[in-house]
Design a protein around this ligand. Structure first.
Ligand SMILES: *Cc1c(COP(=O)(O)O)cnc(C)c1O
Length: 422
């Protein structure tokens, strides 16, 4: 599409947006009584108006049924983890038996590495992107140490080439090949939280498998942002959180995927809990853990109903909107932001967009590397009613979310941002 730098053009796009009605399904944050320009759905998604109803229903059922709510509430708590399977499977491109909502993201990453990182004398390396989210780095480091290994030797972190900001797929693949004899696990953020780069999950997975390693992905910034096809791509495992693009509320229940070929793989060690035990025998409270087949067998604890209710409310909206339509709008919306930003600073005096230019290699987020006065610019736009995200040392992340952001907001943001530059 040929974009134009005008308010009327932006409004025209909003008028023709088939998803425009979804905005009214959300509470929009205010600054000094005015609706903020919210571009931080990559950090904490907005609250759907329906969330309160879903959570209140559980509070009512708890009040009315107490322990009997496990069986008699309108969504019996005993089986609650099953209610989100279909929607999650749709979001990550999996079978319902391959996905489950459980725990928190970092814990799920530990659970998956406990199973899928089993270093041997020859094969002990983890390959990951350099500058992974801190929590992920701590997981890798501590898991390596649990096996009495040295992270300096066991963790291979891939960096972009000199003068570049994102990794080239060819370089990732050749690094995997280079370490083929020694690599045990390849793990990447599906979409890099800092740069906004969407990795080629299929090719990375194939290369990992060819090298004889497992492939896992942290989808914190990918789920609900870009369409995924984990089953078809043969990914071994993946994890995510639900409070970013999935709008399920701060600290809400996270999730995990394990490919069905590992459904009954008894070679995988794991940390076990009663919710992962065979459902029909769970309440026999007997000695001897027998996992449920599939990812359900990795569950530890009984399900967090209140955050799970918020999760369901939000997942319904995703089912209604459809990831295909969301992606279509997202490419336009972020494309428009990209267009406006490039037009205001064509020689990149003030900033460089480090997120890939190719829409197929990014989600909705653009990361702007500020060349001067970054923090000042950020403070100015904040004062003007923009909620964006500052990342040390010099990056502003902006994420127009197709479920609730508009083209007009993107236009207004660009106006404010341009003024803040001078
Ligand atoms: C947001 C995020 C986390 C946060 O972890 P929690 O366990 O949910 O606190 C971890 N890793 C990545 C890549 C993230 O984007």
């Amino acid at each position: 599409m040929k974009f134009e730098n005008s308010l009327s053009f932006a409004r025209g796009l909003d008028k023709r947006d088939p998803l425009r009605k979804f905005r009214s399904e959300f509470h929009l944050p205010k600054i000094k009584g005015k609706t903020a320009l919210y571009f931080t759905g990559n950090s904490l998604g907005l609250e759907p108006k329906s969330t309160r109803k879903f959570v209140n229903q559980e509070l009512d059922d708890w009040a009315n049924f107490a322990v009997e709510g496990h069986f008699h509430s309108r969504r019996p708590w005993l089986y609650y983890h099953k209610l989100s399977k279909k929607a999650l499977a749709g979001l990550v491109g999996a079978k319902p038996s391959e996905v489950v909502a459980m725990n928190q993201l970092t814990l799920n990453l530990h659970l998956m590495l406990t199973s899928f990182y089993q270093p041997s004398q020859q094969r002990f390396k983890i390959i990951a992107e350099a500058g992974a989210f801190s929590s992920d780095q701590y997981v890798f480091e501590s898991q390596i140490k649990l096996h009495q290994l040295n992270p300096e030797a066991a963790l291979i972190e891939l960096r972009p080439r000199e003068g570049e900001y994102t990794l080239r797929t060819e370089d990732i693949l050749s690094a995997i090949q280079e370490h083929a004899e020694q690599v045990a696990l390849v793990i990447f953020g599906g979409l890099q939280y800092y740069s906004g780069q969407l990795f080629d999950i299929k090719k990375i997975t194939a290369a990992a498998h060819q090298a004889g390693a497992f492939a896992g992905f942290d989808l914190a910034h990918a789920i609900g942002n870009v369409p995924l096809t984990l089953h078809r791509d043969e990914v071994d495992f993946a994890v995510w959180c639900s409070y970013k693009y999935l709008n399920s509320g701060p600290g809400s229940v996270a999730g995990a995927f394990v490919h069905e070929r590992h459904a009954t793989n008894s070679n995988l060690p794991r940390l076990a809990g009663w919710w992962g035990h065979l459902e029909k025998d769970r309440f026999k409270m007997k000695k001897g853990f027998v996992p449920m087949p599939g990812v359900d067998g990795w569950q530890l604890s009984n399900f967090p109903i209140l955050s799970g209710a918020a999760h369901l409310a939000s997942l319904r909206l995703f089912e209604k909107a459809g990831m295909g339509s969301l992606r279509k709008k997202s490419m336009l919306l972020t494309g428009y932001l990209d267009f406006l930003l490039c037009a205001m600073d064509p020689d990149q005096h003030h900033f460089t967009i480090i997120t890939p230019q190719n829409p197929n290699e990014r989600g909705c987020q653009l990361s702007l590397l500020m060349k001067k006065n970054g923090r000042k610019v950020f403070d100015k736009i904040t004062k003007s009613g923009v909620i964006a995200d500052w990342r040390e040392p010099d990056v502003i992340r902006v994420a127009p979310v197709p479920l609730y952001n508009t083209f007009e907001e993107v236009f207004r943001f660009a106006e404010i941002f341009e003024k803040a530059l001078v």
